[in-house]
Design a protein around this ligand. Structure first.
Ligand SMILES: [Fe+2]
Ligand SMILES: [Fe+2]
Length: 140
């Protein structure tokens, strides 16, 4: 079962968050395509995949920071909980990036992407991001 490529992602009440989620979706699909291609050949370009994974990590960091700034500005009550989840995921992604650089096979990275990262992403938008966007948009 694969949920990739990502097509219809849920939308929330704030455009800047939807823009970040759309960008994350494009990056995720790009990484997925590179991983599928890597399965076809013996000597795939590991650096290309490292770059795509790093791009996702960097974008997540910025995307999460933008949400956190809005939660802080408006005094969102579950700020700590939402920020904690962002931090957990960034740490997990950093571990995966390290493992990839240590020689993780593309099949394992593809499994992480489709069975952990993408389901988390959709669930996070449907829960914490949805509630946050609703709260922030009401504060103006
Ligand atoms: Fe988000
Ligand atoms: Fe979030």
């Amino acid at each position: 079962m694969s949920s990739l490529p990502l097509t219809n992602i849920p939308s929330v009440m704030l455009d800047f968050m939807n823009d970040d989620h759309r960008e994350a979706t494009l990056m995720t699909n790009k990484l997925h395509t590179l991983l599928l291609d890597a399965r076809e050949v013996e000597d795939f370009d590991r650096d290309l995949i490292t770059a795509a994974l790093t791009e996702i990590y960097t974008h997540d960091k910025e995307h999460f920071a933008r949400e956190e700034a809005e939660m802080e500005r408006t005094g969102f009550p579950a700020y700590g909980c939402h920020k904690g989840e962002h931090e957990r995921v960034l740490n997990e992604l950093q571990d995966v990036l390290n493992a990839w650089q240590d020689g993780m096979p593309p099949e394992a990275l593809e499994t992480y992407l489709s069975e952990t990262m993408v389901p988390w992403f959709i669930n996070h938008i449907n829960t914490m991001d949805t509630v946050t966007a609703m709260f922030v948009s009401r504060q103006g």
